[in-house]
Ligand binder design. Structure first.
Ligand code: CU
Length: 640
């Protein structure tokens, strides 16, 4: 018996055709071609699908002809809830003298490494922070190695070779503190053999970091095998060099606006044209920022559940596996975006977590590549129950106060910190379930699946003994940070249209990403409004999760909403108030078909290049991204 990805019976010959197409695609991917290469070679149709040749296009055509067919994978069967949820280890600092290679320096170390014959360091611009009074080298130093590793994702699948930071995926969790700058020496020790996909050329972005450009992981700042890149993370509040400078006698490391504090960040590869492959391969991890309020200790500050005992980062990812070999498979030749049929949390397919009957903080991240989630707590013995919990952050930033919700929606790269009180589920087994229907990479259909009919992501067994809980009760409406004021006239309002070409390439204002083209220049320490629109001229159903580096935004108007087809299923989105706007600081915004959003920004503190891009990483790689720079005297181009 043969089945397609949705469990529908298909004929053996149909399956053979699908498998042949899959194998042919793998051949193309193994050749290391980017989607743009394929377009140049004439291997893509006008619609962006592979040409109909030797079965190449079969799965793509299934996507076109069947409204329910994602057409992307039919992984081998796996038995869920047999492996424990991995908790990623905390990254440990090392002594400065223990770094491999030369001592860190402010200017890039372009000396030739006699062993490799190329420069020691891949960085091309000096660190900005020391000139502003930040310590160099900082007192806390890390070294990380990007390298291949062998992991088990399910007992039913063979061992998988992934690429990970320190050889694990997710990578180790950095635990950083505001006021304590750090330096990370980031080595590219990836192998040339990529096992079918992935490029051993990398740029590591700290997602949502208020990071100087040269350490941001800008997509075109990639570095080669054997090179390192010293990344300086100031861990300083936004505004330290602008609207919230140091008070007399206060060190610069302590300055900035407390209302700009962040908590849940993540790092991931951002190599231009190859982000989707390299992140799919495993190059991602968490980076947590604590301060005097969000302390990681439930006895102090905001009294949020103690890290790491009751504070657990969870990285959601969907993946495809080769139906014959059971090995991780990547479909490069896909216009929409890639949907997997296996759901990983922290690198394992459908794991189990045992908890105490008390409050926990979970930090949820949708790491992509393309799927949207709407996550509920499901009790399979009582699917009619409305199991509420508390959302305390949006994109990793604490909301002004916790909000009670039945679910949280996450576009790619969005995060939500939630508090779940498991005392109400003592003795029970419950699930985190994604109930958002999505049948292709374009975006969710707008339908919600019934409880128990969606994707069960994580089994939670509330069978550990009672444990003292001194964490804050979200029902008491604790106050976290206020929202920074948006009552400022912008220096310029810029307009951006996220669209698709007739041959299936992705564009912003009718242009592709080009590393060397600065699309517009922003005056440092100015306020701008950006209008992001999704005209949907060819396919009205695209939803784009758009990420802007470096500065967070607030939504002045527009409807990020819940579903792919408008707001029919809208019930809550913590980025908006009941009147529709501006209830959270964010770094990713979902643009629904034929909708637009208006965003408020302050661009402060550092100079240099940064990108805006769609975080459906398939769109990003082909080539829905642009570069902008922060300079002394910027432009006022309204349609860059
Ligand atoms: Cu997109």
């Amino acid at each position: 018996m043969y089945y397609d990805v949705h469990g529908n019976k298909i004929s053996k010959s149909q399956w053979k055709k699908m498998y042949a197409a899959f194998k042919n695609r793998q051949e193309i991917i193994r050749a290391g071609l980017s989607r743009r290469d394929l377009a140049r070679m004439g291997l893509l149709t006008a619609a962006g699908y592979l040409v109909a040749k030797e079965g190449l296009s079969v799965w793509g055509q299934a996507t076109l002809s069947s409204s329910s067919g994602s057409g992307q994978c039919a992984s081998p069967a796996t038995i869920p809830f047999t492996m424990q949820l991995p908790i990623m280890p905390r990254k440990q600092p090392i002594a400065l003298s223990s770094l491999t290679g030369p001592a860190p320096q402010i200017n890039p170390n372009t000396a030739i490494n006699p062993v490799t014959g190329i420069a020691f360091e891949g960085r091309t611009r000096p660190h900005q922070a020391p000139a502003l009074g930040f310590p160099f080298p900082p007192s806390v130093v890390y070294q990380v190695s990007q390298q291949a590793g062998t992991v088990v994702m399910s007992p039913q699948l063979p061992q998988q070779t992934i690429w990970g930071f320190d050889g694990i995926s997710p990578g180790p969790t950095y635990v950083a503190n505001y006021g304590t700058p750090i330096l990370v020496r980031n080595y590219n020790n990836l192998p040339t053999d990529n096992g079918g996909f992935g490029k051993a050329s990398v740029s590591t972005h700290l997602h949502n970091g208020h990071t100087p450009s040269e350490s941001d992981g800008f997509p075109c700042d990639f570095f080669a095998q054997s090179q390192y890149y010293d990344q300086y993370y100031p861990n300083v509040l936004a505004g330290f060099n602008s609207d919230h400078p140091p008070a007399p006698g206060q060190p610069i490391t302590q300055a900035g606006d407390i209302n700009e504090a962040m908590s849940t960040l993540w790092y991931h590869d951002h190599r231009v044209d190859f982000t989707s492959q390299n992140v799919y391969k495993g190059l991602a991890g968490f980076f947590l920022l604590f301060n005097q309020f969000d302390t990681g200790n439930e006895g102090t500050g905001f009294r949020l559940p103690t890290y790491p005992d009751f504070d657990i980062p969870m990285m959601f990812a969907d993946r495809c596996f080769d139906p014959k070999t059971g090995l991780l498979a990547f479909d490069l030749v896909n216009l929409d975006g890639i949907l997997g049929d296996k759901f990983l949390v922290n690198g394992v397919i459908q794991p189990v977590l045992h908890v105490h009957p008390r409050r926990y903080r979970f930090r949820w991240l949708n790491s992509g590549p393309s799927r949207f989630y709407q996550i509920y707590i499901t009790d399979l013995n009582n699917t009619g129950a409305n199991n509420q919990f508390w959302q305390i952050s949006n994109d990793g930033n604490l909301l002004p106060t916790p909000v009670q919700v039945p679910a949280v929606q996450l576009g790619v790269a969005e995060r939500a910190d939630v508090i779940i009180d498991f005392s109400q589920f003592a003795g029970k087994t419950i699930y985190l379930e994604n109930r958002l229907e999505q049948t292709n990479g374009r975006g969710p259909t707008g339908n919600l699946l019934n409880a128990g009919q969606g994707n069960l992501l994580l089994q939670i067994v509330v069978d550990l003994p009672p444990f003292t809980d001194t964490s804050v009760d979200p029902a008491t409406a604790p106050q976290f940070y206020a929202l920074p004021s948006t009552n400022v006239n912008p220096r310029v309002t810029r307009n951006f249209s996220f669209d698709v070409t007739s041959d299936g390439q992705w564009i912003i204002n009718n242009q592709f990403m080009d590393c060397n083209v600065v699309r517009f220049q922003i005056t440092q320490n100015s306020v701008e409004n950006w209008v992001l629109s999704n005209p949907g001229n060819r396919f009205p159903q695209w939803t784009h999760p758009v990420h802007i580096h470096f500065e967070e935004h607030q939504i002045l108007s527009g409807a990020p909403g819940l579903s792919g087809r408008g707001d029919s299923n809208f019930f809550f989105d913590s980025s908006r108030t009941s009147t529709g706007v501006n209830a959270a600081r964010k770094d990713v915004v979902r643009i629904l078909p034929r909708k637009d959003v208006t965003l408020f920004f302050r661009f402060r503190d550092w100079f240099g290049r940064y990108p805006m891009h769609c975080h459906n990483v398939v769109h990003e790689d082909h080539a829905m991204m642009l570069r902008w720079d922060i300079v002394t005297n910027g432009d006022t181009n309204q349609n860059p």
